[in-house]
Design a binder for this molecule. Sequence first.
Ligand SMILES: [Zn+2]
Length: 396
Amino acid sequence: MDAVRIFDTTLRDGEQSPGFSMNTAEKVRMARQLAALGVDVIEAGFPIASQGDLEAVRKVAEEVRDVPIAALARAKKEDVRAAIEALKSAAEPRLHVFLATSDLHMRVKLNMTREQVLEAIDSMVRLGRQHVAEVEFSAEDAGRTEIGFLCRVCRVAIDAGASVLNLPDTVGYAVPEEYAEMFRRVREYLGDPPGITLSAHCHDDLGLAAANSLAAVRAGVRQIECTINGIGERAGNASLEEVVVALAVRKESFGVTTGVHLNEIFPTSRLLSEITGIQVVPNKAVVGSNAFAHEAGIHQDGIIKNPLTYEIISPQTVGVPSRSLVLGKHSGRNALRVTLRDLGYEPNDTELAECYRRVTALADQAKQVRTRDVVSIAHEVMRRRPAVAQTASPAA
Ligand SMILES: [Zn+2]
Protein backbone atom coordinates (compact mmCIF):
# COMPACT_ATOMS: atom_id res chain seq x y z
CA MET A 1 0.00 0.00 0.00
CA ASP A 2 1.06 3.56 -0.70
CA ALA A 3 2.05 5.63 2.33
CA VAL A 4 0.59 9.07 2.98
CA ARG A 5 3.00 11.29 4.88
CA ILE A 6 1.61 13.28 7.76
CA PHE A 7 3.06 16.79 7.98
CA ASP A 8 2.16 18.24 11.36
CA THR A 9 1.92 22.01 11.57
CA THR A 10 0.54 22.32 15.11
CA LEU A 11 3.66 24.26 16.11
CA ARG A 12 3.42 26.68 13.17
CA ASP A 13 -0.05 27.15 11.63
CA GLY A 14 -1.69 25.99 14.86
CA GLU A 15 0.53 28.01 17.12
CA GLN A 16 -0.09 31.25 15.22
CA SER A 17 -3.83 31.23 15.99
CA PRO A 18 -5.21 33.28 18.89
CA GLY A 19 -4.75 31.67 22.30
CA PHE A 20 -2.41 28.93 21.13
CA SER A 21 1.03 30.51 21.29
CA MET A 22 3.67 28.32 22.91
CA ASN A 23 7.07 29.12 24.34
CA THR A 24 10.19 27.21 23.38
CA ALA A 25 9.98 24.67 26.20
CA GLU A 26 6.34 23.96 25.38
CA LYS A 27 7.14 23.56 21.69
CA VAL A 28 9.91 21.08 22.49
CA ARG A 29 7.59 19.11 24.78
CA MET A 30 4.91 19.01 22.11
CA ALA A 31 7.44 18.11 19.39
CA ARG A 32 8.65 15.12 21.43
CA GLN A 33 5.08 13.86 21.68
CA LEU A 34 4.53 14.42 17.94
CA ALA A 35 7.61 12.26 17.33
CA ALA A 36 6.12 9.58 19.60
CA LEU A 37 2.87 9.88 17.65
CA GLY A 38 4.78 8.98 14.50
CA VAL A 39 4.22 12.01 12.25
CA ASP A 40 6.51 12.26 9.21
CA VAL A 41 7.41 15.96 9.41
CA ILE A 42 7.13 18.51 12.22
CA GLU A 43 6.81 22.12 11.10
CA ALA A 44 8.26 23.91 14.11
CA GLY A 45 7.74 27.58 13.29
CA PHE A 46 8.24 30.65 11.10
CA PRO A 47 11.75 31.86 12.03
CA ILE A 48 11.53 35.33 10.43
CA ALA A 49 8.47 36.12 12.57
CA SER A 50 10.51 36.71 15.73
CA GLN A 51 13.81 35.86 17.37
CA GLY A 52 11.82 33.70 19.79
CA ASP A 53 10.35 31.67 16.96
CA LEU A 54 13.76 31.23 15.38
CA GLU A 55 15.14 29.98 18.71
CA ALA A 56 12.19 27.64 19.17
CA VAL A 57 12.74 26.04 15.75
CA ARG A 58 16.45 25.71 16.50
CA LYS A 59 15.75 24.08 19.86
CA VAL A 60 13.18 21.67 18.44
CA ALA A 61 15.68 20.74 15.70
CA GLU A 62 18.35 20.09 18.32
CA GLU A 63 16.12 18.03 20.60
CA VAL A 64 14.07 15.99 18.14
CA ARG A 65 16.44 14.06 15.91
CA ASP A 66 14.34 11.25 14.47
CA VAL A 67 11.71 13.29 12.58
CA PRO A 68 12.38 15.80 9.79
CA ILE A 69 11.91 19.37 11.06
CA ALA A 70 10.46 22.04 8.77
CA ALA A 71 10.67 25.82 8.99
CA LEU A 72 8.50 28.25 7.03
CA ALA A 73 9.72 31.16 4.90
CA ARG A 74 8.09 33.60 2.51
CA ALA A 75 9.79 33.74 -0.89
CA LYS A 76 12.12 36.46 0.39
CA LYS A 77 15.85 36.31 1.00
CA GLU A 78 15.69 37.36 4.65
CA ASP A 79 13.00 34.75 5.38
CA VAL A 80 14.84 31.96 3.64
CA ARG A 81 18.09 32.88 5.42
CA ALA A 82 16.37 32.93 8.84
CA ALA A 83 14.82 29.52 8.20
CA ILE A 84 18.14 28.06 7.03
CA GLU A 85 19.79 29.48 10.15
CA ALA A 86 17.13 27.96 12.42
CA LEU A 87 17.44 24.57 10.72
CA LYS A 88 21.24 24.46 10.80
CA SER A 89 21.41 21.81 13.52
CA ALA A 90 18.50 19.69 12.28
CA ALA A 91 19.23 16.05 11.52
CA GLU A 92 16.78 16.18 8.60
CA PRO A 93 15.91 19.78 7.73
CA ARG A 94 13.10 20.77 5.41
CA LEU A 95 12.79 24.32 4.14
CA HIS A 96 9.20 25.34 3.41
CA VAL A 97 8.96 28.31 1.04
CA PHE A 98 5.63 29.85 0.11
CA LEU A 99 4.26 32.55 -2.15
CA ALA A 100 0.69 33.44 -3.10
CA THR A 101 -0.37 32.58 -6.64
CA SER A 102 -4.05 33.61 -6.90
CA ASP A 103 -4.74 36.73 -8.97
CA LEU A 104 -6.37 38.37 -5.96
CA HIS A 105 -3.40 37.80 -3.64
CA MET A 106 -0.81 38.74 -6.28
CA ARG A 107 -2.60 41.98 -7.12
CA VAL A 108 -3.85 43.16 -3.73
CA LYS A 109 -1.34 41.72 -1.29
CA LEU A 110 1.91 41.26 -3.18
CA ASN A 111 1.58 43.87 -5.91
CA MET A 112 3.45 41.47 -8.17
CA THR A 113 2.82 40.27 -11.72
CA ARG A 114 2.65 36.59 -12.64
CA GLU A 115 6.12 36.75 -14.16
CA GLN A 116 7.55 38.33 -11.00
CA VAL A 117 5.95 35.63 -8.88
CA LEU A 118 7.44 32.87 -11.05
CA GLU A 119 10.84 34.56 -10.86
CA ALA A 120 10.66 34.82 -7.04
CA ILE A 121 9.69 31.16 -6.70
CA ASP A 122 12.55 30.12 -8.96
CA SER A 123 15.21 32.17 -7.19
CA MET A 124 14.10 31.45 -3.60
CA VAL A 125 13.71 27.70 -4.09
CA ARG A 126 17.16 27.66 -5.71
CA LEU A 127 18.63 29.67 -2.82
CA GLY A 128 17.09 27.23 -0.35
CA ARG A 129 18.41 24.21 -2.21
CA GLN A 130 21.96 25.53 -1.93
CA HIS A 131 21.70 24.95 1.84
CA VAL A 132 18.92 22.40 2.45
CA ALA A 133 18.45 19.13 0.57
CA GLU A 134 14.67 19.06 0.92
CA VAL A 135 12.65 22.09 -0.12
CA GLU A 136 8.87 22.24 -0.11
CA PHE A 137 7.09 24.93 -2.07
CA SER A 138 3.56 26.10 -1.20
CA ALA A 139 1.42 28.06 -3.64
CA GLU A 140 -0.57 30.09 -1.14
CA ASP A 141 -4.27 30.35 -2.08
CA ALA A 142 -3.77 27.59 -4.69
CA GLY A 143 -7.44 26.72 -4.29
CA ARG A 144 -8.36 30.05 -5.93
CA THR A 145 -5.49 30.13 -8.43
CA GLU A 146 -6.17 29.91 -12.17
CA ILE A 147 -5.30 26.33 -13.00
CA GLY A 148 -3.10 27.05 -16.02
CA PHE A 149 -0.94 29.41 -13.98
CA LEU A 150 -0.87 26.99 -11.04
CA CYS A 151 0.55 24.31 -13.35
CA ARG A 152 3.31 26.69 -14.47
CA VAL A 153 4.05 27.54 -10.82
CA CYS A 154 4.50 23.84 -10.03
CA ARG A 155 6.77 23.33 -13.02
CA VAL A 156 8.98 26.27 -12.02
CA ALA A 157 9.22 25.08 -8.39
CA ILE A 158 10.19 21.56 -9.48
CA ASP A 159 12.78 22.82 -11.96
CA ALA A 160 14.28 24.99 -9.20
CA GLY A 161 14.66 21.93 -6.96
CA ALA A 162 11.51 21.62 -4.83
CA SER A 163 10.55 18.01 -4.10
CA VAL A 164 7.25 18.66 -2.30
CA LEU A 165 4.51 20.79 -3.87
CA ASN A 166 1.87 21.92 -1.44
CA LEU A 167 -1.33 23.32 -2.94
CA PRO A 168 -3.30 24.73 -0.01
CA ASP A 169 -6.91 25.72 0.26
CA THR A 170 -5.66 28.65 2.31
CA VAL A 171 -9.05 30.26 2.88
CA GLY A 172 -11.14 27.12 3.37
CA TYR A 173 -13.24 27.81 0.28
CA ALA A 174 -12.89 24.57 -1.66
CA VAL A 175 -15.29 21.65 -1.72
CA PRO A 176 -13.97 18.09 -2.05
CA GLU A 177 -14.65 17.39 -5.76
CA GLU A 178 -13.18 20.73 -6.77
CA TYR A 179 -10.08 20.38 -4.62
CA ALA A 180 -9.45 16.84 -5.92
CA GLU A 181 -9.94 18.04 -9.51
CA MET A 182 -7.25 20.70 -9.01
CA PHE A 183 -4.74 17.99 -8.07
CA ARG A 184 -5.80 15.79 -10.98
CA ARG A 185 -5.23 18.66 -13.43
CA VAL A 186 -1.80 19.42 -11.94
CA ARG A 187 -0.78 15.75 -12.08
CA GLU A 188 -1.94 15.52 -15.67
CA TYR A 189 0.20 18.55 -16.54
CA LEU A 190 3.29 17.42 -14.62
CA GLY A 191 3.02 13.74 -15.53
CA ASP A 192 3.89 12.42 -12.04
CA PRO A 193 7.64 13.11 -12.09
CA PRO A 194 9.57 10.70 -9.84
CA GLY A 195 10.59 11.99 -6.42
CA ILE A 196 7.92 14.70 -6.37
CA THR A 197 5.21 14.59 -3.69
CA LEU A 198 1.98 16.55 -3.89
CA SER A 199 0.65 17.88 -0.61
CA ALA A 200 -2.71 19.13 0.68
CA HIS A 201 -3.20 21.84 3.30
CA CYS A 202 -6.81 22.64 4.16
CA HIS A 203 -8.61 25.07 6.41
CA ASP A 204 -11.92 24.44 8.08
CA ASP A 205 -13.87 27.62 7.35
CA LEU A 206 -16.71 25.55 5.89
CA GLY A 207 -16.09 22.52 8.09
CA LEU A 208 -14.61 20.68 5.09
CA ALA A 209 -10.90 20.55 5.91
CA ALA A 210 -10.80 16.81 6.62
CA ALA A 211 -13.13 15.99 3.72
CA ASN A 212 -11.03 18.06 1.32
CA SER A 213 -7.81 16.42 2.57
CA LEU A 214 -9.28 12.95 2.02
CA ALA A 215 -10.51 13.91 -1.46
CA ALA A 216 -6.96 15.04 -2.22
CA VAL A 217 -5.64 11.62 -1.20
CA ARG A 218 -8.02 10.02 -3.69
CA ALA A 219 -6.60 12.38 -6.32
CA GLY A 220 -3.07 11.13 -5.69
CA VAL A 221 -1.81 13.45 -2.94
CA ARG A 222 0.69 11.72 -0.65
CA GLN A 223 1.28 14.34 2.05
CA ILE A 224 -1.40 15.84 4.27
CA GLU A 225 -0.70 18.92 6.37
CA CYS A 226 -2.73 19.00 9.55
CA THR A 227 -2.72 19.89 13.25
CA ILE A 228 -3.59 18.26 16.55
CA ASN A 229 -7.16 19.10 17.60
CA GLY A 230 -7.50 20.94 14.27
CA ILE A 231 -6.08 24.17 15.70
CA GLY A 232 -4.93 26.83 13.22
CA GLU A 233 -5.77 30.11 11.52
CA ARG A 234 -9.45 31.14 11.87
CA ALA A 235 -11.58 27.97 11.94
CA GLY A 236 -8.42 25.86 12.06
CA ASN A 237 -6.58 23.34 9.91
CA ALA A 238 -7.55 19.82 8.97
CA SER A 239 -7.41 17.91 12.23
CA LEU A 240 -4.75 15.19 12.29
CA GLU A 241 -6.87 12.79 14.31
CA GLU A 242 -9.82 13.03 11.92
CA VAL A 243 -7.77 12.55 8.75
CA VAL A 244 -5.56 9.78 10.13
CA VAL A 245 -8.38 7.83 11.77
CA ALA A 246 -10.55 8.14 8.65
CA LEU A 247 -7.69 6.72 6.56
CA ALA A 248 -7.31 3.89 9.08
CA VAL A 249 -10.99 3.05 9.56
CA ARG A 250 -11.64 3.22 5.79
CA LYS A 251 -8.32 1.67 4.78
CA GLU A 252 -9.93 -0.61 2.21
CA SER A 253 -11.57 2.33 0.54
CA PHE A 254 -8.50 4.61 0.42
CA GLY A 255 -5.82 1.94 -0.04
CA VAL A 256 -3.14 3.93 1.78
CA THR A 257 -1.38 3.78 5.14
CA THR A 258 0.17 6.34 7.50
CA GLY A 259 2.96 5.90 10.04
CA VAL A 260 0.90 7.36 12.88
CA HIS A 261 0.63 5.29 16.07
CA LEU A 262 -3.09 5.58 16.65
CA ASN A 263 -2.90 4.87 20.37
CA GLU A 264 -0.85 8.05 20.86
CA ILE A 265 -3.61 10.24 19.41
CA PHE A 266 -5.57 10.84 22.60
CA PRO A 267 -2.51 11.53 24.82
CA THR A 268 -1.23 13.97 22.17
CA SER A 269 -4.56 15.78 22.01
CA ARG A 270 -4.69 16.07 25.80
CA LEU A 271 -1.10 17.27 26.02
CA LEU A 272 -1.88 20.11 23.61
CA SER A 273 -4.95 21.06 25.68
CA GLU A 274 -2.86 20.97 28.80
CA ILE A 275 -0.09 23.15 27.34
CA THR A 276 -2.45 25.73 25.81
CA GLY A 277 -5.20 25.56 28.44
CA ILE A 278 -7.82 25.17 25.69
CA GLN A 279 -9.99 22.06 25.76
CA VAL A 280 -11.54 20.46 22.68
CA VAL A 281 -15.33 20.63 22.43
CA PRO A 282 -16.99 17.52 23.89
CA ASN A 283 -18.46 16.42 20.55
CA LYS A 284 -15.16 16.69 18.65
CA ALA A 285 -14.56 13.65 16.44
CA VAL A 286 -12.13 11.06 17.85
CA VAL A 287 -10.76 13.11 20.77
CA GLY A 288 -13.81 14.86 22.26
CA SER A 289 -14.85 13.70 25.71
CA ASN A 290 -18.18 12.52 24.26
CA ALA A 291 -16.63 10.79 21.24
CA PHE A 292 -17.03 7.40 22.90
CA ALA A 293 -19.76 8.18 25.43
CA HIS A 294 -23.11 6.47 25.11
CA GLU A 295 -26.05 7.97 26.88
CA ALA A 296 -29.13 6.66 25.09
CA GLY A 297 -30.45 3.39 26.52
CA ILE A 298 -30.80 1.73 23.12
CA HIS A 299 -27.21 2.60 22.28
CA GLN A 300 -25.95 1.41 25.68
CA ASP A 301 -27.76 -1.86 25.21
CA GLY A 302 -26.20 -2.29 21.76
CA ILE A 303 -22.71 -1.42 22.95
CA ILE A 304 -22.93 -3.99 25.77
CA LYS A 305 -23.98 -6.68 23.29
CA ASN A 306 -21.37 -5.71 20.72
CA PRO A 307 -19.43 -2.40 20.51
CA LEU A 308 -19.55 -2.51 16.71
CA THR A 309 -23.26 -1.67 16.90
CA TYR A 310 -22.51 1.96 17.66
CA GLU A 311 -18.72 2.36 17.52
CA ILE A 312 -16.75 2.37 14.28
CA ILE A 313 -13.49 2.45 16.19
CA SER A 314 -12.72 1.35 19.74
CA PRO A 315 -11.64 4.00 22.25
CA GLN A 316 -8.56 1.93 23.12
CA THR A 317 -7.35 2.04 19.52
CA VAL A 318 -6.86 5.81 19.71
CA GLY A 319 -5.55 5.71 23.29
CA VAL A 320 -8.71 6.77 25.11
CA PRO A 321 -8.89 5.29 28.61
CA SER A 322 -11.81 2.93 28.17
CA ARG A 323 -12.52 1.91 31.72
CA SER A 324 -16.05 2.76 32.73
CA LEU A 325 -15.59 4.08 36.23
CA VAL A 326 -18.22 4.34 38.84
CA LEU A 327 -16.75 6.80 41.27
CA GLY A 328 -19.27 8.33 43.60
CA LYS A 329 -19.27 10.24 46.83
CA HIS A 330 -18.89 6.98 48.72
CA SER A 331 -15.69 6.03 46.93
CA GLY A 332 -12.62 6.16 49.09
CA ARG A 333 -9.34 7.92 48.63
CA ASN A 334 -7.61 4.65 47.85
CA ALA A 335 -10.02 3.82 45.07
CA LEU A 336 -9.20 7.20 43.61
CA ARG A 337 -5.46 6.55 43.86
CA VAL A 338 -5.84 3.21 42.08
CA THR A 339 -8.05 4.79 39.45
CA LEU A 340 -5.58 7.58 38.86
CA ARG A 341 -2.76 5.07 38.59
CA ASP A 342 -4.73 3.11 35.98
CA LEU A 343 -5.12 6.35 34.07
CA GLY A 344 -1.38 6.93 34.21
CA TYR A 345 -1.16 9.47 37.03
CA GLU A 346 1.06 9.13 40.08
CA PRO A 347 -0.14 11.87 42.45
CA ASN A 348 1.76 12.77 45.60
CA ASP A 349 -0.25 12.96 48.85
CA THR A 350 -1.09 16.65 48.45
CA GLU A 351 -2.20 16.18 44.85
CA LEU A 352 -4.23 13.13 45.78
CA ALA A 353 -5.95 15.08 48.57
CA GLU A 354 -6.85 17.87 46.16
CA CYS A 355 -8.09 15.45 43.48
CA TYR A 356 -10.16 13.69 46.12
CA ARG A 357 -11.69 16.94 47.34
CA ARG A 358 -12.71 17.85 43.77
CA VAL A 359 -14.01 14.39 42.88
CA THR A 360 -16.21 14.20 45.96
CA ALA A 361 -17.45 17.77 45.38
CA LEU A 362 -18.38 16.78 41.85
CA ALA A 363 -20.00 13.57 43.05
CA ASP A 364 -22.20 15.66 45.32
CA GLN A 365 -23.58 17.55 42.33
CA ALA A 366 -23.54 14.91 39.59
CA LYS A 367 -25.03 11.45 39.68
CA GLN A 368 -21.80 9.90 38.57
CA VAL A 369 -18.18 10.90 38.10
CA ARG A 370 -16.97 9.75 34.73
CA THR A 371 -13.46 8.82 33.59
CA ARG A 372 -13.17 12.03 31.62
CA ASP A 373 -14.03 14.07 34.73
CA VAL A 374 -11.28 12.32 36.67
CA VAL A 375 -8.83 12.89 33.82
CA SER A 376 -9.65 16.57 33.63
CA ILE A 377 -9.42 17.00 37.41
CA ALA A 378 -6.07 15.21 37.45
CA HIS A 379 -4.84 17.40 34.58
CA GLU A 380 -5.91 20.53 36.40
CA VAL A 381 -4.46 19.57 39.74
CA MET A 382 -1.23 18.05 38.50
CA ARG A 383 -0.69 20.25 35.44
CA ARG A 384 1.04 17.43 33.69
CA ARG A 385 0.27 14.50 31.49
CA PRO A 386 0.15 10.94 32.76
CA ALA A 387 3.46 9.54 33.95
CA VAL A 388 2.66 6.40 32.02
CA ALA A 389 1.12 6.83 28.61
CA GLN A 390 -2.14 5.01 28.05
CA THR A 391 -1.50 1.99 25.94
CA ALA A 392 -3.99 -0.39 24.56
CA SER A 393 -3.93 -2.11 21.21
CA PRO A 394 -0.72 -1.83 19.23
CA ALA A 395 -0.38 0.92 16.69
CA ALA A 396 -1.99 0.34 13.35
ZN1 LIG B 1 -2.62 27.28 6.78
